[in-house]
Write a protein that binds this ligand. Structure first.
Ligand SMILES: [Ca+2]
Ligand SMILES: [Ca+2]
Length: 410
């Protein structure tokens, strides 16, 4: 016993920390896009639990994984990510993304734990594309706060029902979490679009949505299908609102709870999405109350979209050449609207490049959530080296939507 105590005392305290389970309130993680500005605002983040420096958070959306933490001034924030959810010491999918604020600017250090070699796991440097990790940090009275996102490549984007192993720790700046064979206790999380709190065992629900993507100024309709296997389950009131960043831009209300028709009923929620709403994944919250128990909370993710979004179907990297070269592909305009959309499409490239196809077009998207494809051909002058913007623009009435592809020639 004494030996064990001495052994523990000699260990770096962060070693022990990453070996202990991180107690999470829920293994279900909702799609929810944060605003990366270094400040954790109310309901912007879903709690993952606590670390030594303060609260830590984790969530996702179909483009990225997001994490945040409150750290003391002498601490770093470390995300341990077991991407396939098969164990920290299993496979080559185990990443450590460590952010330091020691200089007053966030710096990121990434390494990958490759455990495929039978003779022992090994640290490999990097392993994630430069630019795929975005961080924002800000000093606080007691330390600093990190908000971060990792956007995996298009063939490995996060998906609903995916299982991940995660932990988020605050550790001393000088604590090396070194030896690769050291186990980490991961929280196994499931990425989802729906979750509930206090749901009775003999009750179930699902949201019925035509689409989870709604453009600003358009109407969102969600029907909640509620089923009970026990007639004693009943409620007085039903209230609904948007959480966090969508809170002020979507309807809030409450209604008397309608009578069950035998074992089921439907609740309906309608709201126009305000023009000022931020784009991204947001959470709607419905609460069912019976005046006695804690409310049953039903949470569901929706995405606030622009009327037109752009999908660049072309490479973003070319080898530099002594000859002029041609970039070919297409840009797909995707409508988030229920009605027909039409307007002007334009493409801009650096002034000495020639857009031989797709410089401008009239587009018409007739169907709800339809698409329109613009073929693109751009001639790049010989000897071009560097990173250059190629910007697509589409109009819908007075509105102008744009997206820029950064093309690298190296
Ligand atoms: Ca924020
Ligand atoms: Ca793994």
């Amino acid at each position: 016993m004494l030996t064990a105590l001495i052994g523990a005392a000699l260990l770096n305290p962060s070693y022990a920390q990453v070996g202990q389970p991180q107690l999470t309130s829920s293994s279900v993680r909702l799609a929810l896009t944060p605003d990366l500005n270094g400040h954790i605002s109310d309901e912007e983040w879903d709690s993952l639990g606590m670390s030594s420096g303060g609260r830590v958070f984790f969530q996702w959306d179909p483009d990225a994984l997001h994490w945040a933490g409150e750290a003391k001034s002498d601490q770093d924030v470390v995300l341990s990510l077991d991407y396939n959810g098969d164990g920290w010491l299993v496979g080559d999918d185990n990443y450590e993304i460590r952010t330091s604020f020691a200089t007053g600017e966030p710096t990121i250090l990434v390494r990958r734990l490759d455990a495929t070699d039978k003779s022992g796991p090994q640290w490999k440097p990097g392993g994630l594309a430069a630019g795929a990790i975005q961080v924002a940090a800000a000093a606080t009275a007691s330390g600093w706060t990190l908000e971060a996102s990792y956007s995996p490549p298009s063939n490995a984007k996060p998906k609903a029902s995916q299982r991940l192993g995660i932990r988020v720790d605050t550790v001393g700046q000088d604590d090396d979490l070194g030896e690769p064979f050291r186990p980490r206790s991961m929280a196994f999380l499931v990425l989802q679009f729906n979750s509930s709190i206090n749901l009775p065992a003999n009750m179930s629900w699902k949201p019925i949505l035509r689409t989870r993507e709604v453009a600003r100024e358009e109407k969102l309709t969600v029907e909640y299908e509620i089923k009970r296997d026990d007639e004693t389950i009943d409620f007085d009131r039903f209230s609904y609102r948007g959480e966090g960043l969508i809170g002020d831009f979507i309807a809030t209300g409450r209604q008397p709870f309608p009578p069950f028709d035998g074992s089921k009923l439907k609740l309906r929620y309608d709201s126009i999405i305000a023009e000022e709403a931020r784009s991204g994944w947001r959470v709607l919250r419905a609460e069912l109350k019976d005046g006695l128990n804690e409310p049953v909370v039903l949470r569901t993710s929706i995405r606030v979209a622009n009327f037109i979004e752009f999908d660049f179907r072309m490479t973003n990297t070319l080898n530099a050449s002594d000859d002029a070269q041609i970039l070919r592909g297409s840009i797909v305009l995707k409508s988030s609207a229920m009605g027909r959309l039409e307007g002007d499409f334009n493409l801009e490239a650096p002034s000495d490049w020639t857009i031989s196809n797709g410089a401008s077009a009239k587009y018409l998207i007739y169907h709800p959530h339809g698409t329109f494809r613009v073929p693109i051909e751009v001639i790049i002058p010989k000897g071009t080296v560097g990173v250059f913007p190629v910007t697509a623009t589409a109009t819908v009435g007075e509105r102008v939507m744009t997206k820029t592809l950064y093309l690298t020639l190296k």
